[in-house]
Design a protein. Structure first.
Length: 254
């Protein structure tokens, strides 16, 4: 199975590559550098596409299109990196595997509260990864499964953290790229995953309390387990296939 892992920054890319070693940089259109796994290796290819959902979508689409044109398409796309965890469910250093990849702030503010773009009649706000893939990664990494929200502005207050938790019940983590990666994967009819290791708590911004080094080490450990987790999937698991998008369920803030 050919897998593309998309991170935001080089430090995250290098942490994923460190799980296997032997990656070589190959240029892609647009100035991207794809880090290719050795031929025959079960390790994924890795791309640092930039920060935020727009950069993530653009970089992912570029890599997927280049692979298609080269006659070597991918079978699975993964958004990966470090992120903020919602306490107490996602403590520092833990692994979160998204069972829903959600655009947290794609919509409109109204006098009655936030209205997601689905209620406005445009597009979607969530992609649902294959439950078999999610379960396999949770078993392999010892992580937790739950929604991961994609934001364009990192949360910096307790009030904003509480608002996100109200609007997205069970949310475990916050990051900035997952939804963009999922949109590109959906356009190519490929399944998608999101894996986050927790570097900080979602809430008041306190850089002194962040644990970026341990979170990156946890990301490497998670991807050491990644090829084996996929190898253990039941034969009946259908790959590739389009990521599932949920029905338009209102999540308006009271």
């Amino acid at each position: 199975m050919r897998t593309l892992v998309v991170t935001a920054v080089a430090a995250e890319r290098d942490a994923v590559c460190a799980a296997a070693g032997g990656h070589t940089a190959r240029p892609l259109p647009g100035g991207y550098a794809l880090h290719r796994a050795p031929d025959g290796s079960p390790a994924p290819d890795v791309l640092a596409a930039g920060v935020g959902p727009a950069a993530a979508a653009a970089g992912t689409a570029t890599a997927l299109t280049a692979a298609d044109l080269a006659g070597a398409p991918y079978d699975l796309v993964v958004s990966a990196g470090i992120g903020g965890g919602f306490s107490p469910s996602a403590p520092l250093g833990s692994v979160v595997v998204a069972d829903a990849i959600v655009a947290a702030d794609l919509g409109a503010e109204t006098p009655d509260g936030f209205v997601p773009v689905t209620e406005l009649g445009f597009g979607t706000t969530a992609h649902l990864p294959d439950p078999a893939l999610v379960a396999a990664l949770v078993r392999a990494t010892g992580g937790a499964a739950g929604p991961v929200v994609t934001v364009s502005t990192v949360t910096g207050s307790a009030a904003r953290a509480a608002e996100l938790a109200r609007r997205h019940p069970g949310v475990l983590a916050e990051a900035m790229e997952g939804f963009g990666v999922a949109e590109a994967a959906a356009a190519h009819r490929l399944p998608v995953l999101e894996i986050r290791t927790i570097s900080n708590a979602v809430g008041p911004r306190d850089r002194a309390a962040w644990r970026i080094g341990p979170a990156l080490a946890a990301l490497t450990d998670a991807f050491r387990m990644f090829p084996g987790a996929l190898a253990d999937l039941p034969v009946a698991t259908t790959l590739p296939g389009a990521p599932t998008t949920p029905p338009d369920t209102p999540r308006r803030t009271p």
